[in-house]
Write a protein that binds this ligand. Structure first.
Ligand code: F6R
Length: 609
């Protein structure tokens, strides 16, 4: 969602802000703006649309020149995307950028209106700017005091970058829930929503905790708590290099990230395997601890929830432990039957998804133990979980998740193997065999990626479709949910995933020759049954694309195209079958000319509920 960048130093501030914002574009946004100190005065440039629109506007209105300022990409929540609602927003001597939502902004606005203050936008952010100025006017010359007083009034989730007209060489920042980091360079300091925005300049950063306030100047960064007490923090070093956040010759980040999957899986599983057996002790997870849980709940959103669906099938099959999979936004409000003795697994790439974070906190309150599977280091979910397994996918920039999903399911496999062995539902020999096969998966994915042409051809057949159906049984059904989501989010073609056996209970009425069906049939014990379901849709005119093991030659009454997958262990097939589904979605979007990496209306990290 919204992205924040701030800078103070000797470089051209506008350049640093625009470069940083371009690195945050992936988070999703619909307007952008910057505020820079120019000759001791604050100069603002903002525009609806993309950063390119802001650049154009600055060409005609002039580029702010200075060495300190703040910038923002906005994903609209309060008020439509427009120049007027774009950040930065000003209130008297204060200018701010904001990520998150101020839940009590209406009450605060009424208070400020009653004091005669007028507003120019529809945003909750302007309310914060005006409130900051209101308190600043009461103690002029003391910005931190005004910040603390303002924070005491705000309800909701937020991160703010602030400049005060009276302090032209300083940038102030604070956070509650929404993430923010403070970058430290040689005679320069930065703030950013995530580290990718500043990797070009520095890899050293502080992770701001909720209720902390950062005061940045060229020479130093000071961090305070809400009592205005100085806090000493550990300076962290980002282990990603700049190339991790660049396209490196690929047309889109999404394609690059699909190709990074073999490495991502290898990097994620290798440190968790000791002498051929899964070993999660470095994550605080021992076989005894795992085996003690009577039930497992997986709670997540979107793609991460789909990874949980794959996890459900494999854990139940191998370890015989019941697994519920919940959408986090449902779980948190439906009074879930969760408590002591339950394990709640939260899966999240960003580790900041508001609903997933709230669901995890609820699970803890209810007495369950929580295990987070998270990609972003130091994120809120990672910090608050009882147990933590980091996925090592590196930064995922494309909004549509690919490599993060892949490593999430890789971790679910490791967990399932370890749990099943701990429970005694598989032998050590079987556990070793499955672990060894999991280690072969990266190579299998790499070889699949060498045969992209067929997915390009299939995609060219799909671009005229208005709607598509994905079908499968068991693990193939779990997987087809992800295939369907990928297609709709980036190609804007409507699609649904359906349990193949459930079709004739209603949905089959939708089938016509204009509704292609992508059928996934990798589970040999279900193969014949899925083929029967495929024949049912084929008989009603659907064009069928079948994804199954190599060596099967479909009759004309089964499929129009067949994408062959290597002959591999059924249980691990989701890790292979997802690759053509990702590529079909990708090339369909490319053929349609959509904005693949930044699909409309979507944000990468959903920090509001
Ligand atoms: C889809 C996608 C989203 C995310 C969801 C959860 O491609 O990326 O559905 O999976 O918003 O995000 P995280 O994993 O960051 O909690």
């Amino acid at each position: 969602m919204c992205g924040i960048v701030g800078y103070v130093g000797n470089r051209d501030c506008t350049e640093v802000l625009m470069e940083g914002l371009s690195r945050l574009e992936y988070r999703g946004y619909d307007s952008a703006g910057i505020a820079v100190f120019e000759d001791q005065a604050i100069r603002v440039a903002k525009s609806k649309g993309r950063l390119a629109d802001l650049q154009e506007k600055m060409k005609t209105e002039g580029v702010p020149k200075g060495h300190a300022g703040i910038g923002h990409t906005r994903w609209a929540t309060h008020g439509e995307p427009s120049d007027r609602n774009s950040h930065p927003h000003g209130g008297g001597s204060v200018t701010i950028v904001h990520n998150g939502i101020i839940e009590n902004y209406k009450r605060l606005k009424e208070f400020l209106l009653s004091k005669g203050i007028r507003f120019e936008s529809d945003t909750d952010t302007e309310v914060v700017a005006q409130l900051l100025d209101y308190y600043y006017q009461k103690t002029p010359g003391n910005p931190v005091d005004a910040i603390i007083r303002t924070m005491q009034q705000l309800e909701g989730s937020y991160a703010l970058g602030i400049i005060f007209a009276d302090f032209p060489d300083m940038v102030f920042a604070l956070r509650k829930e929404s993430p923010l980091i403070v970058g430290v360079g040689e005679n320069e300091s930065f703030i950013a929503s995530d580290v990718t925005a500043i990797l070009r300049y520095t890899r050293k950063y502080f992770l701001l905790e909720p209720d902390e306030i950062a005061v940045l100047s060229r020479r130093e960064t000071k961090i305070y708590d809400l009592h205005y007490r100085r806090i000493e923090k550990e300076l962290k070093t980002a282990d990603w290099d700049v190339s991790a956040a660049e396209k490196c010759g690929y047309e889109h980040f999404m394609l690059k990230e699909i190709h990074e999957q073999p490495t991502a899986v290898r990097t994620t599983i290798t440190p968790r395997i000791t002498e051929g057996m899964p070993d999660l002790t470095e994550c605080g997870i021992t076989p005894e601890r795992l085996a003690a849980f009577r039930r497992i709940h997986v709670v997540a959103c979107g793609t991460a929830m789909h990874a949980g669906m794959v996890g459900k099938y494999i854990i139940e099959k191998l370890a015989h432990v019941p697994v519920n999979v919940d959408i986090a936004s449902e779980f948190r409000y439906r009074e879930p039957l969760v408590g002591k003795g339950d394990l709640v697994i939260i899966i999240s790439q960003s580790g900041e998804t508001a609903d997933s974070l709230a669901a995890m906190r609820l699970a803890k309150e209810l007495g369950a133990e929580t295990l987070a599977i998270v990609n972003a280091k130091g994120s809120s979910i990672a910090r608050e979980a009882d147990m933590l397994i980091y996925t090592h996918a590196g930064p995922e920039i494309a909004v549509a998740s690919t490599k993060a999903y892949m490593v999430q399911i890789a971790v679910m496999y490791l967990l399932a193997f370890e749990l099943a062995f701990a429970k005694g539902t598989i032998t050590e020999e079987e556990c070793r065999r499955l672990t060894a096969l999991l280690q072969e998966v990266p190579e299998q994915i790499a070889s699949l990626l060498e045969h992209k042409e067929m997915t390009q051809m299939i995609a060219s057949e799909l671009i005229t479709a208005d709607s598509l159906l994905y079908i499968g049984r068991g693990l193939d059904y779990a997987l087809s949910m992800e295939g369907s989501l990928k297609l709709k989010e980036i190609s804007y073609i409507h699609s649904e995933s359906y349990a193949a056996g459930e079709l004739k209970h209603g949905t089959i009425s939708l089938i016509t020759e204009n509704m292609p069906v992508i059928a996934v049939a990798t589970q040999r014990h279900l193969f014949d049954k899925t083929i029967s379901n495929i024949k049912e849709v084929k008989a009603r005119g659907a064009k069928v694309i079948l994804v199954c093991h190599e060596g099967y030659t479909p009759e004309k009454d089964v499929a129009d195209f067949c994408f062959p997958l290597p002959d591999f262990e059924d249980l691990l097939m989701p890790m292979l079958a997802v690759v053509p589904l990702q590529l079909i979605a990708y090339y369909t979007a490319v053929h349609k000319g959509t904005d693949v990496d930044k699909p409309r209306n979507l944000a990468k990290s959903v920090t509001v509920e």
